[in-house]
Design a protein around this ligand. Structure first.
Ligand code: ACO
Length: 331
């Protein structure tokens, strides 16, 4: 064993249906100009009726397995980051396992809101340290539109649906694969009221016949989320880079959480990343929560944005608040 773990393959899937800003103009009192200038989002993907989080995850997972040259049968664990599972029970990871045509593997859903992908990667690293020879599917898949209040213009323009996946193992990395050099995770539970999806949880139970209230959907204090996102992603990136004896100039590609172009630019400015060193997908997918960095990573690989030897810095931020960063080195 080489001491570091390998991402063998990358995949993603977004639904076919495109929801443009022009279409949103017909749904709520908003404009393409407002959405573009405040968020950088031009369009987002939304699921077809009946299409679920695990449907998206299954396609992303198949793409990741294909890219790794692996079969679903090779997997020992499925770690699935989401705040929009198909159901509260069973875990979406179990439904995904069935869709992948395998049985008997360990499956768990993880909810760290938009930061879930990096939390699931860290869980994969822990599993591999404890159980050498494991092969872990880490996926992040969201149908954010299942918790979008289409009457609330302040939130409904921001989100989209999609899934990303990676295959993580302790095999020696091959060309095109990446080593996970480090992960740093953080949370501050005192700030939880600033970004919530409460309705249906045990703190906000529903009983038969209740009408759905606003609290069933995503609610947030936009300016506070914005400030904390910039501050937290900036500081955790500085921490992980310093901890690994690097400087920002050593980073070839920066892949931040894709919530909002202004947040991405503000973090980029603090860390001195700009231009083609920053991966941006928020314009075409909106904020896909936990899936956002997973999708952006797969797109970066597919678009040839990471060359052999490239070092990539990922960072995430979400409800909780939760946040984190990861360093990858491509082979
Ligand atoms: N269209 C038109 N007007 C709107 C819209 C809209 N879609 N949404 C809000 N407005 C109005 C508000 O009603 C308000 O009007 P008022 O002043 O008359 O009350 C006004 O726009 C607010 O404007 P600004 O203060 O300029 O808005 P701001 O610059 O704060 O931008 C935004 C709002 C985009 C939500 C910003 O606060 C933000 O980016 N926050 C981060 C939130 C985020 O990205 N969350 C994602 C989820 S969290 C995560 O993934 C980490």
């Amino acid at each position: 064993m080489h001491g570091l773990f390998t991402i063998e393959g990358f995949g993603r899937h977004v639904p076919d249906r495109v929801l443009t800003n022009a279409e949103l103009e017909t749904m709520v009192d908003t404009s393409d100009d407002w959405i573009t200038s405040r968020t950088g989002i031009k369009e987002r993907r939304i699921v077809a009726p009946g299409e679920t989080s695990s449907d998206l995850a299954a396609k992303a997972a198949s793409n990741a397995l294909l890219s790794a040259g692996r079969e679903a049968a090779d997997l020992s664990h499925i770690f699935y980051a989401t705040f929009t599972p198909d159901a509260f029970c069973p875990p979406a990871s179990c439904i995904l396992q069935e869709k992948l045509g395998i049985r008997g593997r360990a499956c768990v859903d993880m909810n760290a809101a938009c930061s879930g992908f990096l939390y699931a990667i860290e869980a994969a690293r822990g599993t591999l340290a404890l159980r050498p020879g494991s092969t872990v599917l880490v996926t992040a898949a969201e149908v954010t539109t299942s918790r979008t209040n289409w009457a609330d213009r302040a939130t409904c323009v921001l989100f989209g649906d999609g899934a990303g996946a990676i295959v993580v193992s302790d095999r020696e990395p091959k060309p095109g694969q990446a080593v996970i050099e480090d992960v740093v995770l953080k949370a501050d539970g005192s700030l939880w009221p600033l970004l919530t999806v409460k309705g249906g949880g045990s703190g906000w139970p529903m009983k038969l016949g209740d009408t759905i209230k606003d609290e069933f959907f995503i609610e947030m204090n936009g300016p506070e989320v914005y400030k904390n996102a910039v501050r937290s992603m900036g500081s955790v990136c500085e921490e992980i880079v310093e901890k690994n004896g690097l400087v920002m100039d050593d980073i070839d590609l920066f892949i931040p959480h894709q919530a909002n172009l202004r947040i991405i630019e503000a973090v980029g400015k603090r860390l001195k990343f700009s231009g083609n060193r920053v991966m941006v997908t928020v314009d075409r997918y909106g904020n896909t929560s936990a899936a956002s960095v997973a999708i952006a990573l797969a797109d970066a690989v597919a678009e040839g944005r990471v060359k052999p030897g490239a070092r990539v810095l990922l960072t995430v931020f979400g409800g909780g608040f939760t946040w984190g960063a990861a360093l990858l080195k491509f082979v």
